[in-house]
Design a protein around this ligand. Structure first.
Ligand SMILES: O=C(O)C(=O)C[C@]1(C(=O)O)C=C[C@@H](O)C=C1
Length: 145
C-alpha cells in the first residue's frame, strides 16, 4: 500500500484545535450520487488530512472523530436500505446476491483510489451488508404482515 502523504489543509479543525482555512462551498447542492462521485471523492480527499500524532491518546481522538462520521454515514445508508426493502417482493430480492457482489467490486475499486486496503474494505462491507440484510428482512416482513 502506498504511504500516506499528508495533504494540504483546507477546511478542517485539527485535533489540537487549530482552525484550518476552508475553501468556499460549491454553489450547487445536489446529493453526491454516482455521476458526482469522482468530484465528491476529490473534495473529500482535499478536506482530509492525516496527522502525524504524538501520542496514543491523540491517535484515539482522531479515531473517535472518524467513527462519529462513519456512524452518521451508516445511519444515512441504513435509511436508503430500509427504503429498498419496500420495493422488494421476496427474500431472494432482499438478499440480492448479484447486487452485493457489484457493491463489493465497486468499493474495492474505490479503496484502491483512496489508498485504503481493499481486503479490509471488502470485509467491512460484507459484515455491514450482512447486518443490513437482516434489518431489511425485518422491515420486509413488517411490510408483508
Ligand atoms: O441494493 C439493494 O438492493 C439493497 O437492499 C442494499 C444492500 C446494501 O446494503 O448494499 C442490502 C441488501 C442487499 O443484499 C443488497 C445491497
Amino acid at each position: 500500500m502506498a504511504p500516506k502523504v499528508p495533504t494540504r489543509c483546507s477546511g478542517a479543525t485539527a485535533v489540537n484545535g487549530t482552525r484550518l482555512v476552508k475553501s468556499p462551498a460549491p454553489a450547487r447542492r445536489r446529493s453526491p450520487v454516482d455521476s458526482d462521485a469522482s468530484e465528491f471523492l476529490a473534495r473529500r480527499a482535499e478536506l482530509s488530512e492525516v496527522h502525524h500524532c504524538q501520542s496514543l491518546e491523540e491517535v484515539r481522538q482522531h479515531i473517535n472523530r472518524i467513527d462519529h462520521e462513519i456512524v452518521a454515514l451508516i445511519a444515512e445508508r441504513g435509511q436508503y436500505v430500509d427504503q429498498a426493502a419496500g420495493f422488494k417482493r421476496d427474500e431472494q430480492e432482499v438478499k440480492a446476491p448479484q447486487r452485493v457482489e457489484h457493491v463489493i467490486a465497486r468499493v474495492r475499486t474505490i479503496a484502491g483510489e483512496q489508498q485504503a486496503d481493499p481486503e479490509v474494505v471488502e470485509k467491512v462491507y460484507r459484515a455491514m451488508i450482512s447486518a443490513f440484510i437482516e434489518a431489511e428482512m425485518r422491515t420486509h416482513q413488517g411490510h408483508n404482515d
